[in-house]
Each structure stands twice: as C-alpha cells, then as structure tokens.
Design a protein around this ligand. Structure first.
Ligand SMILES: NC(=O)c1ccc[n+]([C@@H]2O[C@H](COP(=O)([O-])OP(=O)(O)OC[C@H]3O[C@@H](n4cnc5c(N)ncnc54)[C@H](O)[C@@H]3O)[C@@H](O)[C@H]2O)c1
Length: 402
C-alpha cells in the first residue's frame, strides 16, 4: 500500500497514524477541521480521509475528490458526511459505533453513586464552609432498583456493572434483548418506571423517541427516585424534569445531553436545570475519555486498512457488508454496482471472456447498491478492467493484486 496517501484532520489520535503508516500509507495530519476549497485542495491525490465531527464532506467536496476511496469518521456520528453522495461515488464510510460505550457506562455508574449519596450537595456545602453531617437521603446502591430504558450496547453494559455493585436491575427495550445476569425484563415502560429507584435512559435517537420522557413518565417514578440521561437531549422535557425536582418528587438527576447544546468550548450554556440541588450537569462528555479516543483511533484505522487490503466492508455505514478472507496469489476485484438484475451475470461474462477463473465470490446487496467481491486466478488485463468499469450498472471497480 505504498502508493496510498491519507489525510487525517481534527487531531485524530496518533494511534491511527501509527496503524496506517506502519502499513506503508503516507499520512498527512492536520489538527483543525477543514472545509470547502481548503479541504478539496488537501484531498488531491488522497485516497483515505479521516475526520471527526467538524469536517463537513458535502456532495460538492466529493465531486472534486476523484482519488478518494474511503472515509473514516473517528467518532460515532456520520451526519457530517453526505452518505448518499459517498455511496453514489463508491466511497466507503466507516465509524466507531462501540468505542466509547464503556466510558458512558462508567460515568453513569459514578453519577448513580453520586446522586444516591447526594455527593454534590455535600460538596457544595463543604465548599461554602458548612459542615452538615447527616445520613438523611443518602443510600447504599446495594439492594436499590435500577431501571434501564434501552438495553443496547450501553444499557446492557451498565446492567452488568450495576449488578456487580449489588443493584437489582430491570430494563425495558422495544427490541428483543437477552437479559444479562439476573436483570429482569419489563413488559412496559410504565412497569419499569413504577419499580425503579434509579432510572437511566439509554435509547437511540430515532425520531419517534423525541420527547419520550415528560411529566407523565416522571410522575410514574416513585417519590425520591433519581433520573439519568446520557443518551440524547431531545428525548427529555427538561421543564418537566425541573418541576419534578423543585417539587421534591425526584431526589436528583444527572444530565449529560441537552436539546440545544452550545456549538463549541467557551460558548454560554443555558438550561432550566442549572442551580438545582443534587442535579449533576456535564457537557456531553459521557463518551469523552482518552481511552475512548485511543480505541476509536485504533478501531477506525483498522476498518480503513481492512477495506484497502481486502475490500472488507463489515460495519460500513453506507456499503453492503462483505468480508471474505483473501486467497494467496489471487487477484481481488471489488465491484460496487447499482442493484439491478443481471449485474452478476455481466461480471461473470466479462471474466469468462477474459479467460479468468473465479476462485471465490461473495455478493451482498443493500437498498440501491450491490457489492461483489471476486477472487480470480490469472492476470487481470486492462481490457477486462475497462469492460467492468464500462458496465451500465458499475459504480466503482477496484483491483487488489497479490
Ligand atoms: N453521552 C455521550 O457522550 C454518548 C456517547 C455514546 C452514545 N450516546 C448515546 O447513548 C444512546 C445509547 O447508545 P447505544 O450505543 O447503547 O445504542 P444502541 O443502539 O446499542 O441501543 C439503543 C437501544 O435502545 C432501544 N430503544 C430504542 N427506542 C426505544 C424506546 N422508545 N424504548 C425502549 N427501548 C428503545 C433499542 O432497541 C436499542 O436496544 C444513544 O442515544 C447514543 O447516541 C451518548
């Protein structure tokens, strides 16, 4: 891969540079986000782009980046990339959907303990010079009931750690999820809310979840319960949460995500939750740890290499998933095509006419595109490559030798 160049922007963790460079890829680094013409000019001759959330890869940028083959989003979200335009140009996109989940879980555990022992209230009083030694309102976690809403990657890990601390875990998820350990599945959200001392929200941000937690839901929680949201801000009605805390119905809350988050560091933060006792507010840092950043760097760089070396699209955000071990000495053809009848027959016809024997092949389709990975024995001449690129349904063809 000595002829490949990568551009990594937005201060991506150095581990990603090491992974790519050790495979012979020339890496150009930039600490800032890039945009518009500057991004386009830096992409000349670049096959691999790595970015975080601040660099916007629009359809216009992609149209002016003919060398680009793969984009790595070294973060969770991929809204900053025009995925449809990337797919239409045959550019694979990868992200890191798992890498920071442990960090979120650990913050949730810390906050459950802090809320249940009223740590921030004690801390505030001490800093104000007041010694208020009292056990009132402070509880052990052991034996307390934790209700987890959304039992996915984060919710299920939280379940395991909370149970190790002696909590009785119950969860509610709209999808079928295996209960881990002694966790109990609730049939409805209402059942969970009525039976939990701590409710922690870990659902995804699908549109139907907007505003799913309001006064009715808080009203079902037992008096003295606490609430955590480290998922998405727009899921929760913060005025209703404020009212329930001010009235004393809820004993506290921890909120990491907000409906309108400030654009950047130093921007003012407004919220009706400011200044309330036993309410912990954090600036969307649930997944922000140095370990998570390192893991993201390692994970996404590995995905980029897997695609460049073998055309592997496992966990790609936009391309159908194909993972096929490479055969020694075979040439691999990566054909991304429009999902139309006859695409595979056309591919087979060109290979047969070129005297090439197919040794292994895997095709997956998804929506409007199909992705066929084919290993052939023998020399793949320019004529065959040109014919495959000229097929009516071809979006992109890449050839990996050796
Ligand atoms: N605070 C942070 O820094 C941070 C970091 C990473 C992820 N997150 C957020 O955490 C949340 C969970 O992430 P994840 O990786 O565990 O997601 P996930 O997709 O693995 O799990 C989400 C679960 O919620 C369930 N679900 C969806 N809607 C539901 C509903 N209305 N009721 C009950 N269950 C429902 C899904 O079936 C799924 O099991 C996401 O919103 C994500 O954006 C926040």
């Amino acid at each position: 891969m000595n002829d490949l160049k990568a551009l990594l922007v937005e201060g991506i963790h150095p581990v990603a540079v090491d992974v790519l460079a050790s495979s012979g890829i020339e890496v150009d680094r930039e600490s800032r986000a890039l945009s518009g013409e500057e991004l386009v000019s830096r992409l000349a001759g670049v096959q691999v782009l790595g970015l975080r959330s601040g660099t916007h890869v629009t359809a216009e940028v992609l149209a002016q980046a003919p060398d680009l083959r793969v984009i790595g989003a070294f973060c969770i979200g991929t809204n900053q990339i025009d995925l449809q335009a990337a797919t239409e140009r045959g550019i694979a996109v990868f992200n890191a959907p798992f890498s920071n989940t442990r960090s979120v879980v650990e913050l949730a555990i810390a906050e459950i303990i802090a809320l249940t022992r009223r740590l921030t209230v004690q801390d505030d009083a001490m800093h104000a010079g007041q010694w208020r030694k009292s056990a009132k309102g402070s509880h052990e976690l052991r034996g307390r009931r934790l209700g987890i809403v959304g039992y996915g990657k984060i919710g299920s890990q939280l379940s395991v750690l909370a149970e190790a601390l002696g909590m009785h875990v119950r969860f509610f998820d709209t999808a079928d999820r295996l209960a881990l350990g002694n966790a109990r599945r609730c049939a409805t959200l209402e059942e969970l809310l009525g039976d939990s001392d701590v409710v922690s929200l870990h659902v995804d941000g699908r549109p139907g979840n907007s505003g799913m937690f309001g006064d009715a839901q808080f009203g079902l929680m037992p008096r003295g319960a606490v609430f955590l949201n480290l998922s998405r801000g727009f899921l929760v009605d913060h005025s209703a949460l404020r009212e329930r805390i001010v009235s004393g119905h809820l004993a506290g809350a921890a909120v990491d995500v907000f409906p309108n988050e400030p654009a950047g560091p130093g921007d003012p933060f407004e919220s009706g939750l400011r200044g309330l006792p036993n309410v912990i507010l954090t600036p969307h840092v649930g997944g922000s740890t140095e370990e998570a950043q390192q893991d993201i760097g390692d994970f996404v760089a590995g995905k980029l290499l897997g695609y460049l070396r073998a055309g592997a699209t496992g966990l790609s955000v936009n391309l159908p998933e194909v993972q096929l071990p490479r055969l020694d000495g075979a040439t691999r053809l990566l054909l991304l095509h429009r999902n139309q009848p006859g695409a595979l027959a056309h591919l087979a016809g060109v290979l047969a006419d070129g005297g090439l024997n197919v040794e292994q092949q895997l095709l997956t389709t998804s929506g409007t595109v199909g992705y066929a990975v084919t290993d052939v024995r023998g020399t793949v001449g320019d004529g065959v490559v040109d014919q495959l690129r000229g097929l009516p349904e071809t979006i992109r063809l890449d050839v990996l030798t050796g």
